[in-house]
Design a protein. Structure first.
Length: 383
């Protein structure tokens, strides 16, 4: 049995009841479809609507906009349970996009889009990364030129989660000068939108049920009212100010995968025999699992503490960067160690450990590469 975790104030009975409800729903209504979703490369958009009806999609959104007015802890618990069940991270992106509107949108924009996002009528994505720039958002080239009461958008995006299934996109576009001051966020409702094209769905190493696509904008026209906040040039600031929460979504997923990998490996090594005894009876197996279990405990302790600080408003950017890079690094390390203990079966995708291993690798890339995280941390270190 793992050491008992410190119980933070956010870990109350109400949130535990929410966790159990989410876990039951995922197990009863979603898990049996996962193989089909992996094969087709996406989760149909309508799958998320029942989650919205139950209040699970965006529980942290204010009641005035269709949510439950709960704390961010509820969304993090949802992500935790989804990840443990190997569900794709579509809703993590959905909540990030929704928070840009919640935090910076005009009242009219909040009333227009948030209720549909909370109910699941709309699924959101973020059109940020471009073929020529990844983490360097100041270098984006997709441009939105104002023409009367409309913006005309031209450019392309790649590696866009929910790019195939989303019907609302928060597009990072250049509305002004070069550099960060010329970046804005513009909302597109994509259904039947002239000039908007979804390119091919990209085949990935892992996360096969999560659609990732190329997007193209050819003279796409949207109303000026779709500019988040109504003021040009604020997009880079909007993106940066939401980073602690976004980094936490990565860290929570890392903790969930590590715990899942350890549990799977412990069960397998106790059942699988070699040389006449269970694998678990070999000292090397026990020592490796002891190391992985320790890492699971340390990562979860870090994540729980960071969650409390996020809720208290004291989670600084640097701590969030640390949580993202370090937890994702440990996720890749632990899944690799656990896969090794499965032997040849660990390389077969029929076994969850193989899928966890493959899907973990991108955690060190998206949400800002771990190299960028370390650079940002280093800038804050005292000379």
């Amino acid at each position: 049995m793992l050491p008992k975790l410190h119980r933070h104030p956010w870990m109350d009975d109400t949130i535990e009841a929410f966790r159990q409800e989410v876990r039951r729903y995922i197990a009863n209504e979603m898990v049996s479809h996962l193989d089909d979703w992996r094969r087709q490369g996406y989760v149909p958009r309508e799958v998320w609507r029942p989650l919205g009806k139950l209040g699970f999609l965006l529980p942290e959104i204010d009641e005035a906009y269709g949510g439950a007015g709960a704390t961010l802890a509820y969304q993090l618990v949802l992500q935790d349970e989804m990840t443990k069940a190997e569900m794709p991270g579509n809703i993590a992106v959905h909540t990030i996009a929704s928070h840009y509107i919640l935090a910076y949108g005009t009242e009219a924009q909040k009333q227009r889009w948030l209720p549909k996002l909370a109910s699941g009528e709309m699924l959101a994505g973020i059109a940020m990364t471009e073929p020529g720039c990844g983490s360097d958002l100041q270098a984006i080239r997709t441009r939105a030129l104002r023409d009367g009461d409309e913006y005309v958008i031209n450019g392309s995006k790649t590696f866009i989660t929910n790019g195939y299934t989303a019907n609302l996109l928060v597009v990072v576009a250049r509305t002004g000068e070069a550099g960060s001051r010329g970046v804005s966020l513009i909302v597109l409702e994509t259904e039947n939108l002239l000039g908007f094209e979804v390119g091919k769905r990209l085949e990935k190493l892992g996360q096969h049920a999560s659609d990732t696509a190329e997007l193209f904008f050819g003279n796409v026209r949207v109303p000026v009212d779709n500019l988040i906040g109504g003021v040009e040039g604020k997009g880079f600031m909007h993106l940066m100010s939401q980073l602690p929460y976004e980094r936490m979504l990565c860290a929570v997923a890392a903790a969930a995968v590590i715990e899942k990998a350890v549990a799977l490996t412990l069960a397998y090594t106790q059942e699988r025999k070699a040389f006449g005894q269970p694998l678990y009876e070999f000292q090397n197996t026990r020592f490796k699992l002891a190391e992985c279990a320790t890492m699971a405990h340390v990562v979860r302790t870090f994540v729980n503490d960071a969650t409390q600080r996020l809720l208290d408003g004291t989670l600084d950017d640097t701590a969030a960067y640390m949580a993202k890079w370090w937890c994702s690094e440990q996720q890749c390390r632990v899944t690799d160690e656990c896969l090794q203990l499965f032997g040849g079966y660990g390389y077969i995708t029929e076994y969850p450990i193989a899928r966890l291993y493959a899907s973990s690798r991108v955690q060190k890339i998206y949400g800002g590469t771990n190299e960028i995280m370390k650079e940002l941390i280093a800038r804050k270190l005292p000379l």
